[in-house]
Design a protein around this ligand. Structure first.
Ligand code: BGC
Length: 384
């Protein structure tokens, strides 16, 4: 099936995912917000153009690529009003294609790992693309982060934003069903960055979409995030085996380095030599949020950089949060500002369902069936 802009949008509309206010590339300026501006970012090897959209509202400046829905830059003021880009990334498309560890990207169909890349649904066994040892990570060798999305700007009241569309055909990366995906990035008048994910399928499948921004609230390339203070509203987390697949246990954080129920510097316990940290080379775990699945986004985590005063507060309707402390950044990638990224120079806070849920009957279900619409939202609020 040939996918082009027309079939993607028509398909999305037919699936009931029509945009609220579809822009045409010349959207009106929202009060208080700057209309999304499009520019050429680069070209893929086959000549396909990758565009970058720039948005600004409520003091937040966001740059998004059509490649993987990547947040290429997210600028925030510090307590003195000085802006810095707080999201790791690259200044060119070639590095995103060749070597990104999912910097800023949309992740699908399945955020995090599925053990051995296998699962059984309604009696049928599926073998997924395997790309992390024996396991499937972030959707396989060519996940949603490695495709050009169809992007439409919009303005709605005082909000500005982008609708991003991607159709994943039946069997792609081994997943059943054609999945029509719409992700909406909204910058609100208060400078919040909201993500709304929607998807429909024509066959029963599994889906777990998330966003993979690498945060450093002092600015990308400025060094370690170990002084950042983190709060996670979770009393339990999911320990993993040596391949970072959950064992199925919901372990208590109490009395362990995994207790972030009160604000704690990330560096405080990161060398505590807990066996789970030795396996993961730091933190790389899913926290089972105390609030569980909620009808609307509720507070799940707060991050604060004492040096700049910048804060990030995350609200989600999802049951889990993957906190990854940048353990595999190894000093070989040169980032947007020309500086090298080393281990612990950023962290990810991925709102999601639990890893390996398709193989864990006790975990909340990630199954999506025809006739149903997958919907989930995450809100990032900033302060300084
Ligand atoms: C995973 C890590 C992985 C990283 C980058 C995170 O979501 O939990 O294990 O290394 O993504 O791929």
């Amino acid at each position: 099936m040939e996918l082009n802009r027309r079939t993607v949008i028509a398909g999305a509309a037919a699936a009931g995912l029509a945009a609220t206010t579809l822009g045409t590339g010349s959207a009106e300026a929202a009060p208080g917000g700057r209309k999304p501006v499009k520019e050429l970012f680069g070209k893929l090897a086959d000549g396909t153009k990758v565009h970058r959209w720039s948005l600004e509202n409520g003091g937040t400046r966001l740059k998004v690529l059509s490649w993987g829905g990547v947040v290429q830059s997210l600028e925030l003021p510090d307590r003195h009003g000085h802006y810095a880009n707080v999201s790791l990334g690259f200044d060119n498309i070639d590095d995103y294609v060749a070597k990104t560890p999912y910097f800023g990207a949309l992740i699908g169909r399945y955020g995090n790992r599925i053990g051995k890349g296998r699962f059984t649904l309604d009696g049928t066994a599926y073998q997924l693309s395997v790309n992390d040892g024996v396991n499937s990570l972030h959707g396989g060798t060519k996940g949603f982060d490695k495709h050009v999305w169809d992007v439409e700007p919009f303005t709605k009241g005082s909000d500005v934003g982008l609708h991003l569309y991607y159709v994943s055909i039946d069997g792609e990366m081994g997943y059943p069903g054609t999945l029509r995906t719409k992700v909406t990035y909204t910058l609100t008048r208060d400078g919040d960055w909201r993500i709304d994910y929607e998807a429909t399928t024509d066959k029963a499948t599994v889906v777990n979409l998330t966003s993979h921004v690498y945060w450093n609230l002092a600015g990308e390339g400025s060094g370690s995030i170990e002084n950042h203070e983190l709060t996670i509203a979770a009393s339990r987390y999911t320990p993993t085996d040596s391949g970072l697949i959950p064992t199925g246990e919901l372990a208590k954080v109490s009395g362990t380095p995994f207790d972030f129920r009160r604000a704690k510097a990330i560096g405080r316990d990161i060398r505590a030599a807990h066996p789970q940290q030795v396996t993961a080379k730091g933190y790389d775990h899913n926290w089972a949020l105390d609030k569980g699945i909620t009808a609307r986004p509720e507070h799940v985590a707060t991050l604060r950089d004492p040096s700049s005063g910048r804060t990030l507060s995350i609200a989600s309707d999802q049951p889990g949060l993957q906190f990854y402390s940048g353990n595999f950044l190894d000093g070989t990638l040169v980032g947007t500002g020309g500086r090298v990224y080393r281990q612990g120079d950023a962290l990810c806070l991925e709102t999601q369902h639990f890893p390996d849920s398709p193989n864990q009957p006790a975990f909340p279900s990630t199954v999506l069936r025809p006739g149903r619409t997958y919907r989930t939202s995450t809100v990032h609020s900033f302060g300084s």
